[in-house]
Write a protein that binds this ligand. Structure first.
Ligand code: G1P
Length: 296
């Protein structure tokens, strides 16, 4: 498929955050607290994802939540008592930090995924809120440390390509069974044309080692396939399978972002992300470097 013409490219205004997962890999920390509230240096994972979306021009934030996830919505709400107390104490910098995580009024939307039927099902649960326009998906477990936030890079590319974009990275072949994998055609610059997509193939069956990470820009036609509720890898309704059906009908590209991705859904990835983000922190970075060296 060739790129869409400029006039056909609708702005990406909405982002979906699937956050209904149980976070079993972080038990007991996530027994009561949602895994997306785990702190990466000074703010929860969900805030990193929301800030990245804001930086990409997203105006509507759609949380697909589940049971015991209220804390995630609360985090982005107005906190008058706290703000007042901090004001009275003259803690203006802290007031700013609290204000930073407020979302503009009427921009946070909630839907629920009542059963853990897979990522595709979670996204389908947001269909009414997305409506008939392109949208982004952010998986808060995947965090990207980058000069230009990853989703912003994608939106910039999308403004030329239109259609569908998934962020991709190369992984060791033994890891293909953890990801959605591209059947890749030619690559030009930071875009790879996609011939097919396979969810979590065994290393021997993987058509490439280019894997999808948790940033997507999709056209609403993906819902036509999600609503069929077909199950795939792991017996779940897979987003990858529905996306694969769009290939050939709409432009579909893998986007090679600039930056380093961390898998905050695993304990090691989460610890590495904390070290990397802390080293880049303007306030504590230099001291963190000394600490890390002292442990080497
Ligand atoms: C999901 C997607 C997979 C993608 C991955 C990125 O898998 O199904 O295609 O590569 O996110 O993190 P999960 O990690 O939820 O099993």
């Amino acid at each position: 498929m060739t790129n869409a013409t400029k006039s056909e490219i609708k702005k990406v205004r909405k982002a979906v955050f699937p956050i209904a997962g149980l976070g079993t890999r972080f038990l007991p920390a996530t027994k009561v607290m949602p895994k997306e509230m785990l702190t990466l240096v000074d703010r929860p994972l969900i805030q990193h994802a929301v800030e990245e979306a804001k930086a990409a021009g997203i105006e509507e934030f759609i949380f697909v939540t589940g049971r015991f996830k209220e804390m995630l919505n609360e985090h982005f709400d107005y906190q008058p008592e706290l703000m007042e107390t901090l004001e009275k104490r003259g803690k203006h910098e802290l007031v700013e930090k609290v204000r930073e995580c407020q979302l503009p009024e009427g921009s946070l939307f909630l839907t629920r995924q009542p059963k853990p039927l897979g990522l595709g099902h979670a996204i389908w649960c947001a269909r009414k809120l997305v409506g008939d326009e392109p949208f982004a998906i952010m998986l808060p477990d995947d965090v990207v440390l980058a000069k230009t936030p990853c989703l912003k890079q994608m939106v910039d590319a999308y403004n030329t390509t239109g259609g569908n974009l998934v962020a991709v990275m190369d992984v060791p072949r033994e890891d293909t069974s953890k990801y959605g994998i591209l059947d890749a055609a030619e690559t030009k610059g930071n875009l790879t044309n996609i011939k097919g997509l396979v969810e979590k193939p065994k290393p021997a069956d993987a058509p490439s080692t280019l894997s999808i990470i948790g940033r997507y820009i999709l056209q609403p036609e993906v819902f036509d396939y999600l609503e069929k509720f077909e199950t795939g890898a792991g017996g779940e309704i897979q987003l990858t399978d529905a996306m694969a059906k769009l290939i050939g009908k709409q432009p579909f590209h893998g986007f090679h972002y600039e930056g380093q991705r961390y898998d905050c859904g695993s304990r090691l990835g989460f610890i590495e992300a904390n070290i990397a983000f802390a080293l880049h922190d303007p306030e504590i970075g230099a001291d963190v470097k000394k600490i890390v060296k002292s442990h080497a």
